[in-house]
Ligand binder design. Structure first.
Ligand code: ANZ
Length: 945
């Protein structure tokens, strides 16, 4: 449809319906216009500078969007629209993270294929998003569960499988290079991130290995690899969960118990990137708390590995310590109950005690063990180790405060230096030895890093740094220790035993995993009769009939974890239809990285860490040049629900009656509060008629009112169905329109802050838009805009908002702009301003916040050439803000009498003439002769008589 016809239609609509602001027709019209004209379709062929604004794409759940969900999307949309008016080529896409557990749970319950549920949910999400007027380039939409998309997720898995991490070059390299090295030089000179148990071999030995053994060895180096790991197994969900999906020993989803279990698992070698992930944090503009969370998650510790020999077993107990300088304070060692040496170290006399203890702790999860700082428990193995320096015998204990998966799973205990060791030593009456003669052992031991060591072996007289260095040198000479950097982060488990996820493009031959061929991608998710594990406990994919590679080899039966599809999706938006690559080199070179990413802080360590990881793998393998994927990130705060309550009267026996007492009177009665649906409460007043029909048992409800009204109590809580406080954006839009919703969500408060949803102020925002509309129209509703030259005051009002809105938006302060818009419109209304020169620029400034009404007004102003979305942001002219008048305090003989506004351009003579001829001044002077007048420009006027 041409713009002209749009213009004519809009006049007709105005004429036909009403003269006032009609949000419904305006919003429908412009949403249709944007869709038909592909207004927000983005291309790479332009001279404009690029800007990439990304939202965290949603998992399309069955519940649809509530008003909390679009908060971040509205902010990013405002920013995108603003950037367009600033001349940027903006990439602002949206899609769906559409593999996931809820659709699968639903499938298990109902038998409905998750693809069908997902499709229906996506349609609903799309409709809701369209209603809000987002400027997404929908031609770039992606869905992680579509074969066209997950083909490339599988392809990236293959790249990781075919890569290893070279510590010399500090980057990933193709596995062929490692194989070539093995073939010519054996394992010597390879400095790789790998499993612990790698073999040492010559080139000849390598070549003599069977194919199977070679593949097994290579698995220890690959970035995507299979190994036995202890996993969080959730039997109720039938799958393994990532650490961040387990909260207090229960699954994040559903709250089911989670236990530790050993299983062969696909993993990703994220630990290889630990240091780069850490360093990268210094180069990105992210919220400090988020950076801190990633830092802690990565958990870098600089320390040493120290061996404590156990001569009778011809073994060493290796410990990781960050305080090797405290070694003279070691009085025993402690192993995690799961430690490999526990069995052989335990003497017969101690065996039953040790076994009972192991049995007891196996029930506790690692998280429980870390959280429990109160209970002291452990068992003596009966064996002794040699202190590596003094050669003294130290007892070997096991205790669950030592974690199997951290460091080496063993510690050197320094009760004089470590609080937990101290408590343990006290409890079991173990020796406590001072680290240094200068140390006073007190309860909360904290070894001093600033003082000098006195009478403590050969580190006597040294400070902390010197002592640490000297000890590491000494221990290396003894062959009993070396410096070691340890990371708390573990390799990422990469698989779940579930149906609704990406199949892993792997098959097994002789027990060894092989990739399918690249041209065989995508490996499609096969159909199954049920979405449950098999009777023998195999994942649902085992149900797929005849699903074999080349009709004979078993495929991998687990699917990829929830984070796979979202760990690279920003690349796909750059080039979503590409069939030959995950994105073309040109597109990737053009869009580079995400300039602004807005999303929730709940993804701090999951999605945001994995994305940075995959980004680095793809960079190392030469597919792009960006070390970090998201340059700037903002976490939007949660919108909480504002629940409403009615107060049900109780009878003498404490049973609920059918009478409800208004808030102000409730304390005079015996009542209990009940949640009531916020959608039948308006400005905290209950619609009693709607209440009666809301549930059958309320039909006969009676009310004890105050001032003829039923006032509800309120409370801020999480927005959730069970609390009857969910507000659907569609309902708000039907009443007030999307522009009001957008402005209102921003108006609620700073973007980053959590805040309750409270519709009490929404009318004010709606009225503001009506006022905007009225600036352009006369009392009859006819367009009434003048071509006259604006006054200084009008220009001033305009240029104030041009500057304020720009300053605010550049620092992502959206709420303050909304109030500034309101002030501006009040000023223009007071000035009765209907000048085209003012209004035209004003609507451009407002357009990113309220895109529909501004499109309409823009076209009414006669801009038939295109959407306001690409109009240039008006240029701020500071001259208009220079104060041209000043309200002078006028004094007579030093006594302030009155204020008088005068132009700042006037000189002394002109000021004297004006002041002395002013009627009020003359009255004050009462015909007295003026001796002189003191005038300081922009400050004071004093008349001396
Ligand atoms: C002796 C010592 C003396 C230690 C002292 C601390 C203070 P971060 O910084 O978190 O890396 N540790 C090592 N492995 C452990 C495990 N598997 N489970 C529980 N604790 C473990 O902490 C490293 C310190 O935590 C190590 O340094 C070790 O105790 C303990 F005054 O060794 B330390």
């Amino acid at each position: 449809m041409t713009l002209n016809r749009y213009f004519r239609n809009s006049c007709k609509i105005l004429f036909l319906y009403e003269m006032d602001y009609n949000h419904k027709s305006i919003e429908q019209k412009w949403q249709a216009f944007w869709a038909e004209n592909a207004t927000f379709k983005t291309s790479e062929s332009t001279q404009k500078p690029k800007y990439y604004v990304l939202d965290m794409f949603p998992y399309p759940s069955g519940a649809g969007l509530h008003v909390g969900h679009p908060l971040g999307y509205i902010a990013s949309d405002i920013f995108s629209r603003y950037k367009r008016t600033k001349g940027f080529n903006v990439l602002h896409p949206m899609g769906y993270d559409s593999f996931g557990l809820p659709a699968e749970q639903y499938a298990i319950q109902t038998g409905q294929h998750p693809a069908i549920t997902t499709e229906a949910n996506i349609n609903r999400y799309r409709e809701q998003m369209d209603n809000i007027g987002f400027s997404f380039d929908w031609s770039r939409e992606i869905r992680t569960s579509e074969p066209d998309y997950y083909k490339w997720t599988q392809w990236i898995f293959m790249q990781a499988f075919n890569a290893w991490y070279d510590k010399n070059e500090d980057r990933a390299l193709p596995i062929e290079q490692l194989i070539a090295h093995f073939e010519t030089k054996g394992s010597q000179g390879v400095h790789a991130e790998s499993d612990e148990d790698i073999l040492t071999f010559t080139a000849e030995e390598w070549l003599s290995f069977t194919e199977q053994d070679q593949q097994k060895e290579l698995l220890k180096y690959r970035l995507a690899f299979l190994r036995e790991s202890t996993v969080n197994w959730c039997a109720a969900l039938g799958t393994v969960l990532a650490n961040d999906e387990v909260i207090n020993g229960l699954s994040e989803r559903g709250g089911f118990p989670v236990e530790q279990k050993k299983m062969m698992q696909w993993s990703m070698r994220i630990t290889a990137y630990a240091d780069r992930l850490l360093r990268g944090l210094d180069t990105i503009d992210w919220p400090e708390p988020l950076i801190e969370m990633q830092r802690n998650w990565i958990g870098k510790s600089v320390g040493a590995l120290v061996k404590f020999p156990v001569p009778q077993l011809d073994e060493n107990i290796e410990v990781f310590t960050t305080r090797v300088d405290t070694i003279f304070g070691v009085s025993f060692v402690v192993l995690a109950p799961e430690h490999d040496l526990v069995g052989s170290l335990t003497t017969d006399a101690q065996r039953s005690e040790v076994e009972t203890y192991i049995e007891k702790t196996s029930k506790k999860s690692e998280l429980d063990r870390m959280a429990d700082t109160k209970t002291v428990s452990g068992a003596f193995t009966g064996s002794y180790a040699k202190h590596p320096i003094t050669g003294d015998d130290v007892q070997i204990w096991i205790a669950d405060y030592v974690l199997a998966g951290y460091g080496t799973g063993a510690v050197m205990a320094v009760p004089s230096g470590d609080q937990r060791d101290y408590v343990f030593a006290k409890h079991f009456n173990l020796p406590i030895v001072a680290i240094s003669d200068s140390q006073h052992i007190e309860e909360a031991a904290d070894p001093n890093k600033d003082g000098l060591y006195i009478n403590s072996g050969f580190i006597n007289g040294m400070n902390y740094v010197e002592a640490t260095d000297a000890l590491i040198i000494k221990l290396s000479e003894l062959g009993l220790g070396r410096a070691k950097v340890n990371f708390r982060m573990r390799d990422a488990i990469f698989g779940r035993q579930r149906y609704w996820g990406e199949p892993v493009p792997v098959f097994f031959k002789d027990g060894v995993p092989y990739l399918i061929k690249e041209e065989e991608l995508p490996l499609l998710l096969p159909e199954v009769d049920k979405y449950l594990p098999t009777e023998s406990g195999e994942p649902p994919l085992a149900r797929a009939e005849g699903w074999k590679y080349q009709d004979q080899y078993e495929y991998e039966l687990s699917t990829m974890p929830g984070w796979a599809g979202s760990s690279w999706y920003w690349f796909r938006y750059m080039d979503p239809q590409n069939r030959a690559a995950f994105a073309s080199k040109d597109a990737v070179d053009y869009w580079k990285a995400v300039d602004l990413y807005i999303g929730g802080s709940e993804h701090a360590t999951g999605h945001l860490l994995y994305s940075r990881f995959w980004n680095k793998i793809l960079k190392d393998l030469g597919f792009h040049n960006e070390e970090e994927p998201f340059k700037k990130l903002i976490n939007q705060g949660m919108i909480q629900g504002r629940s409403s309550f009615v107060y049900r009267l109780l009878d003498e026996e404490g049973r609920g009656t059918n009478t409800y007492v208004s808030l102000g009177l409730k304390d005079s009665y015996n009542t209990i509060p009940l949640h009531v649906d916020v959608n039948i409460v308006h400005n905290d007043i209950l619609n009693t008629d709607k209440f009666k029909v809301s549930r059958p048992d309320y039909a006969e409800a009676e009310f004890i009112l105050e001032d003829g009204k039923y006032i509800c109590g309120t409370e801020v809580e999480k927005m959730s169905k069970s609390k009857f406080n969910v507000v659907n954006p569609d309902d708000i839009i039907a009443l007030y329109g999307a522009d009001t919703l957008r402005l209102y969500e921003m108006f609620l408060g700073p973007l980053e802050q959590a805040k309750p949803w409270n519709t009490n102020g929404i009318e004010g925002v709606y009225k503001f838009l009506k006022k905007v509309w009225r600036l352009f129209h006369d009392a009859e509703g006819n367009l009434n805009v003048s071509d006259e030259e604006p006054t200084k005051a009008e220009y001033k009002a305009l240029h104030k908002i041009i500057k304020k809105a720009e300053d605010d938006i550049e620092r992502f302060s959206f709420n303050t702009s909304v109030s500034a818009f309101m002030i501006c419109v009040n000023e223009l209304t007071d000035l009765k301003c209907n000048k085209k020169n003012i209004l035209q620029d004003f609507v451009i400034v407002l357009s990113s916040y309220a895109p529909h009404i501004t499109e309409e007004l823009w076209s009414l102003l006669g801009n038939a050439a295109g959407s306001i979305s690409y109009a240039a942001y008006p240029k701020f002219n500071p001259e208009y803000l220079i104060e041209s008048e000043f309200a002078y305090p006028v004094s007579i003989n030093g006594k302030m009498k009155m204020n008088l506004s005068l132009s700042l351009d006037l000189d002394q003579k002109a000021v004297e003439d004006t002041v002395l001829s002013n009627a009020d001044v003359m009255r004050y002077l009462d015909s007295k002769a003026v001796k002189k007048m003191i005038f300081v420009k922009g400050k004071i006027i004093n008349i001396v008589v």
